[in-house]
Write a protein that binds this ligand. Structure first.
Ligand SMILES: NC(=O)c1ccc[n+]([C@@H]2O[C@H](COP(=O)([O-])OP(=O)(O)OC[C@H]3O[C@@H](n4cnc5c(N)ncnc54)[C@H](OP(=O)(O)O)[C@@H]3O)[C@@H](O)[C@H]2O)c1
Length: 262
């Protein structure tokens, strides 16, 4: 269990993968956790596991695409020190056209869904007294190293992650004046149900617990961009800097992430 300097913590997508690992990393005695997910049974599993570690935990079945429900979830909390907007979906092209419904679902979940919790959380936090570090509250958005490369095999996913990474980093610069911090969390490959469908090599794959540990370390250090592991981050930056024609040529020779539901 990590030493966590924040007491009141909300996490979306806490029913699986990285979100569950983040919840467990934050579940210390004295912590008040608000965990959200869509799947009630798996969410209940995360809630129980966190309670077993001594945290006070509330679980809420929540679809992050529902703006009103997200605002109600945030406003129902008695103070919030840290929101981790982690819920997200992925999907690739399978080497073909990306289905329109998949493109819309990815943007609705990964962009609108993040804003649906992050924006009300910032307003709630702005009204709170500042802590000893001068910060009233923090919002971490879970983007990806995919934010740094427009991969033709996962167009909507990469674009959605770039949108929230850039929004969080730019907003962090302005919201500091209100005592608020934003963090763009950009992991490489993590062993979760999201990557279990991928049939291509995933170098430097991490366990969710390791990704959660690195995320918490980055938050504690106050990093605006929390990108890890460095080899995957460096590869994404280099791939993202390649000429577009070369990138498209390389992508046409590499296996693409499967489409959703395929
Ligand atoms: N795995 C990786 O390699 C990797 C790398 C970089 C970034 N990420 C990012 O990390 C985050 C977590 O992904 P993961 O790998 O842990 O995947 P995961 O195991 O599939 O978990 C995704 C989580 O998001 C929730 N979710 C999805 N759509 C939702 C919606 N509309 N409303 C509310 N919750 C929703 C899921 O809830 P239910 O299960 O309850 O439906 C689940 O808890 C995502 O944002 C992903 O893009 C993952």
């Amino acid at each position: 269990m990590a030493n966590i300097p924040w007491r009141r913590i909300a996490i979306t997508g806490a029913s699986s993968g990285l979100g569950r690992a983040l919840a467990l990393a934050c579940a210390t005695p004295g912590a008040v956790l608000h965990l959200a997910g869509r799947d009630a049974a798996r969410l209940a599993g995360s809630v129980e596991a966190c309670r077993a570690q001594g945290a006070t935990v509330a679980g809420t079945v929540l679809d992050v695409r529902d703006a009103a429900a997200c605002a109600a979830w945030i406003s129902g909390m008695e103070g919030l020190d840290l929101l981790l907007a982690n819920a997200g979906i992925s999907g690739g092209t399978g080497g073909q056209s990306e289905p329109a419904a998949q493109v819309r679902a990815i943007f609705e979940t990964n962009v609108q869904g993040v804003l649906n919790t992050a924006l009300p959380a910032l307003e709630t936090m702005a009204l709170q007294p500042a802590g000893a570090d001068g910060v009233r509250g923090r919002v971490g958005v879970v983007a990806s190293v995919a934010a740094f490369v427009a991969a033709p095999g996962a167009a909507a996913y990469c674009a959605s992650k770039a949108a929230i990474q850039r929004w969080a980093e730019a907003t962090d610069a302005t919201e500091r004046a209100r005592g608020l911090r934003l963090h763009a969390i950009c992991p490489g490959y993590i062993r979760t149900p999201m990557t279990a469908v991928n049939e291509f090599p995933m170098p430097f794959m991490m366990e969710p617990e390791e990704a959660a540990r690195r995320t918490v370390e980055g938050l504690k250090k106050g990093r605006t961009r929390i990108a890890y592991p460095w080899p995957t981050y460096a590869m994404a930056r280099i791939a993202g800097a390649l000429p577009l024609g070369l990138r498209a040529w390389a992508a046409s020779r590499l296996p693409a992430k499967p489409r959703q539901g395929s």
